[in-house]
Write a protein that binds this ligand. Structure first.
Ligand code: SF4
Length: 617
């Protein structure tokens, strides 16, 4: 039976079958006999999440813009579909051609978060491929991965043939050209990988030997066969020229972010000390207003969406944000398109611009102060003050708002119970402000406090810090709940993340290659979709950790000395380690660092590119 017939048979039995059929508007179909390279772009999570991801849309369009390359989309099937695929011998397939991906030239994963690692194994296995790189003897398919987690890819180093460090737009095509030459002239997998490791930004884990000290720390990371001592992150220096898709695949089913999205800037000028994205996506670069408006126009016209969102780490930091919003709303208002602006700092705008932004009314008012007290916000370098929050709340309350969502982290370095109490004080002040605002809504105010647990991540000034233990986090949660009291919880809703997922994320984020076997055993015992509460099985993870003699506290709850060799020591994110150490010391002294636009902090990244920093002397 043909794969298509088998699919016809099983699809009526699964939830949301449109996730698995392809054929959406703007999906790219090519003649497979005429293309030279076939690429399966795998998002190791479900269709609904993956289809919302801008990076995937960019790289899908970029590869398909080359006439002789064909890139298809592949997502992690949910349990009902996976079971039926296995029962009916349906291998994992590309959504465009419905061909098995094991016959493609490249299988590329994007690593957006650590809890997707078991999904990678599940997808490789469902494709009919061995999960360990060493067991895939043929050159093709080449299994690769990119995305933020590549800054420490060691926990999945044994499964992936090569990684892309940094921005993928240029390096992906360079790699495909190299593979094309190998396909024409033939060559072994090892020869190809040695050659690929010479391309800047390519990390081939099998070309590095890792040795360990008796105390389990890393002794040395030794490059082999000409691999570079440090793999340098790739970046696009002229951001206006970066590839931007003029059309998106429009799904049949509703996805998490179902709208057009345009990236306005990359990087962040802030340098919050816990934030990996704020460091690894440096340097800060922005697109011109004209390029942004043109991209919005072409996406709206090619997709039929009636909503567009601006995407970046911190859109408020666009240098002429008011001018940009004016230019965009000139177009969107005419077209009846809604502009959605997640995480915009409205305290920075004139009343005129605030009125223009429909999202101020339509989407929630959210803040991420991360810490309750100004002292702790200084430690983490979170440049949001109580005054900023109050100003934004006042504007929003006058505009009819009656609910506020606040995000905090528990377990931040130097945190005390006083900092926890300050969370409640802040919520109380917002409630008082609401009831003292004239022209406010008549509804009672609701405040939602969302508590996550701080996870120390590589390439941040807090990479050295221990994660708080389960007991410490539970004590702090309990303390806050007691302060708010049962009466207070009628107005203040508190939610928190599960510690077990955060400790696993901490272990995987700062782990080394010895975790590969843990991931393998966890997956073998049934772990997958670990980012989903309903699927997460910490009991199975615990067994896999114990079986391999791994102590989570060694990876998660230990203070690491500055001089210890990190598992990611051979990755070069283009800013200096001294800078991170400096920032860590400043955190412990409660000293803030100004944003890059106000004063250069000397991280060194722009200098690496032969450019000056914002005010680099
Ligand atoms: S503002 Fe802070 S938290 Fe947000 S992206 Fe920038 S560095 Fe990260």
């Amino acid at each position: 039976m043909e794969l298509k017939d088998k699919l016809d048979m099983i699809l009526p039995k699964v939830q949301k079958p449109s996730r698995y059929i392809g054929g959406e508007l703007n999906s790219v179909i090519k003649d497979k006999d005429k293309v030279k390279m076939r690429y399966a772009f795998c998002f190791p999570d479900t269709y609904d999440i993956g289809m919302s991801h801008l990076g995937m849309k960019i790289l899908y369009s970029l590869k398909n813009a080359v006439p002789e390359y064909w890139c298809e989309r592949v997502f992690m099937p949910l349990a009902d579909m996976e079971q039926l695929m296995r029962e009916n011998d349906i291998p994992l397939y590309g959504l465009e051609s419905l061909d098995p991906i094991k016959d493609f030239d490249f299988i590329g994963f994007t690593l957006q978060y650590e809890l997707c690692y078991t999904n990678i194994l599940a997808m490789l296995d469902l494709a009919g491929l061995p999960v360990f790189s060493r067991d895939r003897k043929n050159l093709f398919p080449i299994v690769m991965a990119g995305g933020p987690c590549v800054c420490n890819a060691e926990p999945i180093a044994d499964f992936i043939d090569l990684f892309v460090l940094g921005e993928g737009e240029e390096v992906n095509l360079e790699l495909m050209r190299l593979a094309e030459r190998y396909k024409e002239n033939s060559g072994s997998k090892e020869e190809f990988l040695i050659e690929a490791a010479k391309i800047e930004g390519i990390y081939v884990p099998s070309l590095y030997d890792i040795s360990y000290n008796e105390d389990n720390t890393i002794k040395a990371i030794t490059p082999l066969k000409g691999a570079p001592e440090k793999v340098k992150k790739r970046i696009i220096s002229d951001f206006d020229k970066v590839f931007s898709p003029s059309e998106f695949v429009v799904p049949f089913t509703q996805i998490v972010h179902d709208r057009a999205v345009v990236e306005v800037l990359r990087g962040c000028i802030r340098g919050c000390r816990f934030c990996q994205a704020g460091f690894i996506y440096r340097p800060f670069r922005e697109k011109s207003k004209g390029a942004i408006v043109d991209q919005i126009k072409s996406l709206i016209e090619s997709t039929g969406y009636d909503e567009v969102s601006l995407c970046s780490l911190s859109t408020s930091d666009y240098s002429d944000i008011e001018g940009l919003l004016t230019d965009i709303t000139d177009y969107t208002d005419k077209k009846g398109v809604n502009l959605s602006l997640p995480s915009l700092r409205i305290d920075k705008f004139s009343d005129e611009v605030v009125k223009k932004i429909k999202s101020v009314r339509s989407s929630g008012l959210t803040f991420a102060p991360e810490a309750g007290s100004q002292r702790l916000r200084n430690v983490i370098n979170k440049n949001i003050t109580e005054e900023d929050i109050m100003k934004s709340c006042r504007i929003a309350f006058e505009g009819g708002y009656s609910s506020v969502k606040l995000y905090f982290m528990l377990g931040l370095p130097t945190e005390t119970l006083e900092d926890i109490a300050a969370i409640k004080d802040l919520a109380d002040k917002i409630i008082d402000l609401y009831y003292n605002t004239e022209n406010r809504s008549k509804k009672p105010i609701t405040i939602s406090i969302s508590l996550s647990t701080f996870i120390p991540k590589p390439f941040t000034p807090f990479e050295y810090e221990p994660q708080a233990t389960k007991e410490q986090i539970e004590e702090r949660q309990k303390y806050l709940l007691e302060l708010i009291g049962s009466k207070g919880r009628r107005r203040i809703d508190v939610s928190w993340s599960h510690y077990d997922t955060t400790i696993l994320e901490a272990v995987l984020a700062r782990g080394d290659r010895r975790l590969c076997n843990v991931i393998y055993d966890a997956w073998k015992s049934g772990c997958k979709l670990d980012g989903w509460n309903e699927y997460f099985r910490f009991d199975l993870w615990k067994k896999a950790l114990d079986k391999n003699g791994i102590d989570t506290a060694f990876y998660a709850n230990r203070q690491r000395p500055y001089e210890e060799i990190a598992p990611w020591e051979h990755m070069d994110m283009l800013f200096s380690r001294d800078f991170l150490v400096r920032e860590n010391k400043k955190a412990h002294e409660g000293i803030t660092t100004a944003n890059c636009r106000e004063k250069c902090a000397g991280c060194g990244i722009n200098k690496c590119l032969g450019k000056a920093c914002f005010n680099y002397e």
